[in-house]
Design a protein. Structure first.
Length: 527
């Protein structure tokens, strides 16, 4: 349908050019006859010198009318040129706040740079022809081909934009930072027009998390959270409970203080790029018994225990919630989850916890600071459903003020790859109940405390037991006296299940993780 509309617009413009050209030709013929009659009368009354001057004057008048027709053609062409431009520019962000009963549609403007470029092409041509019209310069060829030149130039410009979009889809924009997630989308200055490209950039065990890729955009316009059972349209809570896929974005910077935990529905992306969004000083995010969720670009901090209240979890269900622990992000019995480029700190319990059979999870590019028990992966030693858990922890910066659990694992398979551990007070990686831990290409910088140099900790387990667990370190950079205690027989099958991507050299960790945390993306600029 879109292709048919493009050709219709193009053919319509060509018809307009032809009609104006024929009209101009007819008028020019009339003007020529009028000029000839006037010249004959002038010759009868004036000298040959004056006759010659009158002829030139008639020609000048004729030329001015020709240029006037050209300007008329370009003015008539303008709406069609805009239509042609918009039809080709099919990648614009359709931002929709399509709440039931609200029905508010918010369409993002086209990229400003492209609009300016298109308008400049048109205005330059019109101004040039106006100059010719006023001065009477004898450039007759440019007069006739001016409108057509505007059309052709605009058409080619639209095609170049369309082709550029296709190149973005094929991954031609690569910054070469070594971070495959960021290289996939960040260096495109038009990232905001292709937000959903992010869903194709996942890595690790959570790489198939598509979030709201196949849905519409929902624009959060209201930071309030007055009613956890009947949330207002335009709020974050109203967005995440919808039963259909949604890609959730934010209209402006905002701080959202949730009265109760924010319970996610399946196939949702919360995308904070382009705004400074904080979820703080209240309940935080719960991902429970759902699938395909992406959390990207948020500041989540100072999360508090909430509960003993009614909370809505979907369009059709709300129920009584017992006390939540106060995690920044709690993943409970869910799969295909991706937590990327968030800044997490100062929460009552964990920063990211994944329990109760959750699997297919990637935790990447996050900056975590000022917290005790950072990350728990696995519900309890007795909960054997977590034996199928697979989690990738990649490109994160475990920073200032962290104490332990980066992560703390039970059962399952855990790929810890290319992270930067600059601070811990007790230990970095711990576990119990025979988890498989594959540590590759990380940078471990031990604290000054000589009793806390060890990266690893087997929690409440005798050495005779944990010596059989498969924990290995490959290519890790151990600084300031840090040491990793390996164990197990190096079973290849076990490590194969704990391998989710190729590790980069530990020497690259500084650059790979240099932009960990929520990014300061602004529309129209490279992120």
């Amino acid at each position: 349908m879109a292709e048919a509309l493009r050709w219709f617009a193009l053919c319509t413009v060509l018809v307009v050019v032809m009609v104006v050209g024929v009209t101009a030709t007819a008028r020019n013929g009339g003007i020529s006859g009028l000029a000839l009659t006037r010249n004959v009368e002038t010759e009868a009354l004036q000298s040959s010198s004056n006759s010659s001057m009158a002829a030139r004057s008639g020609s000048f008048i004729q030329l001015r009318f020709v240029f006037l027709d050209s300007l008329v053609a370009e003015v008539l062409l303008f709406p069609y040129i805009v239509l042609l431009f918009l039809l080709f520019d099919s990648t614009g962000e359709e931002a929709v706040n399509d709440a039931p009963g609200n029905n508010v549609n918010e369409h993002a403007v086209q990229d400003p740079e492209e609009v300016v470029s298109m308008v400049e092409i048109y205005c330059q041509s019109v101004c040039f022809h106006l100059y010719i019209y006023l001065t009477g310069l004898d450039w007759i060829g440019l007069v006739w081909f001016g409108p057509l030149a505007v059309l052709i130039t605009t058409y080619l410009h639209c095609r170049s934009i369309h082709n550029s979009t296709e190149r973005r889809k094929l991954g031609y924009f690569s910054c070469g930072t070594g971070n495959p997630i960021d290289d996939c989308w960040r260096c495109d200055p038009h990232w905001q027009k292709n937000r959903k490209r992010l869903a194709d950039c996942g890595i690790g065990f959570g790489r198939n998390a598509i979030g709201g890729r196949d849905g519409r955009f929902y624009v959060v316009t209201d930071p309030r959270d007055d009613d956890p059972v009947n949330p207002r349209p335009g709020t974050l809570r109203h967005a995440v409970i919808q039963d259909r896929p949604l890609w959730i974005v934010f209209k402006r910077d905002m701080v959202i203080q949730l009265k109760q935990e924010l319970i996610m529905n399946s196939f949702k992306t919360i995308d904070g790029r382009g705004a400074n969004v904080h979820i703080a000083n209240g309940g935080c995010i719960t991902i429970q018994f759902v699938t395909n969720v992406i959390i990207h670009g948020l500041h989540i901090h100072d999360c508090k225990p909430t509960g003993n209240a009614m909370v809505r979890s979907s369009e059709t269900h709300f129920g009584w919630r017992t006390m939540a622990d106060g995690d920044a992000i709690s993943i409970f019995g869910s799969s295909h989850i991706w937590v990327d480029h968030n800044s997490l700190s100062h929460c009552a319990d964990g920063l990211v916890d994944a329990v109760m059979g959750s699997t297919a999870i990637t935790i990447s590019n996050n900056h975590m600071t000022h917290h005790n028990e950072v990350m728990l992966l696995g519900h309890s030693d007795s909960y054997t459903r977590d034996k199928q858990m697979q989690v990738t922890i990649a490109y994160n910066h475990f920073g200032e003020g962290l104490i332990q659990r980066m992560p703390r694992c039970r059962h399952g398979y855990f790929h810890v790859v290319n992270n930067d551990y600059t601070h811990w007070e007790m230990y970095a990686i711990g576990g119990s109940a025979n988890p498989t831990i594959n540590s590759q290409g990380n940078r471990y910088n031990a604290p000054i405390n000589r009793f806390a140099k060890e990266v690893t900790k087997r929690v409440d387990t005798a050495a005779g037991v944990w010596k059989g667990w498969n924990w290995r370190s490959e290519g890790d950079l151990l600084l300031n006296g840090a040491y990793f205690t390996p164990s197990g027989a190096g079973a290849s099958a076990s490590y194969a299940r704990a391998s989710s991507l190729g590790a980069k050299s530990s020497s690259m960790v500084g650059s790979i993780t240099s932009n960990a945390g929520a990014l300061g993306c602004r529309r129209g600029r490279q992120c």
